[in-house]
Design a binder for this molecule. Sequence first.
Ligand SMILES: [Zn+2]
Length: 240
Amino acid sequence: MATLREELEKLLELQEIDNNLRDISVLLKELPEQIRKVENQDISLQKELEEFKKTFTHLKIERRQKETELKAIEDQIKNFQTKLYEVKTNKEYQALQVEIRNLKQKSSSLEDEILVHMEKEELLKEKEKDILKRIEEHKKIKIEKQKELEGKINQLEQKRNDLLKKREEHVSDIDKLILELYMRIKKSKKDGIAICRVTKDSSGCICSGCYVYIPGHLVEKVKRKTEAVQCENCGRILSE
Ligand SMILES: [Zn+2]
């Protein structure tokens, strides 16, 4: 039968394996989150593109309306200009001239507005190119990042499987009662630490699990190794 000293050493080794397993499971939770983040960036770029397309379409419709309006005014001007030759009185002639002048002013300001619209559309086309370029770039980055993260996940899963196998073998070699104690403490601790070494400073011995000083009689018990000793403060198993 193994001595208590040996059992405690085995527990410390088990603790090491369990710590590794815990670190791996933390990473395995974080990595899919990172993949989702990369995918979300994709979604936000697509949204930006959709918003942009809406603005662009709206602008185009506005311009077409203005162009239709302009065409109608130009037709009207032509119509009035033909009429100029048909009027009989000077008064009618002058009235038509005023109408034509007004219409020409309107058409000129409409032309200006249409030009402004066309300039805006040009600018937007540049912006569209920029968004599309960003989407393309992001696609590449996404694929690479996904590959990288999936690779990491596979590696970690492999490592976890290896560790679990190692743990199984290791556990079968540990005294049942002391293993049960270890498992019970491990479950109750947030950090999963069930066994820790006693450390020393100038004032005495300290539990490295909760950093509280250990009374002298307990330190003696730890040294004797006739029974498993637990820290009076945190309950963790103490080892020299
Ligand atoms: Zn403690």
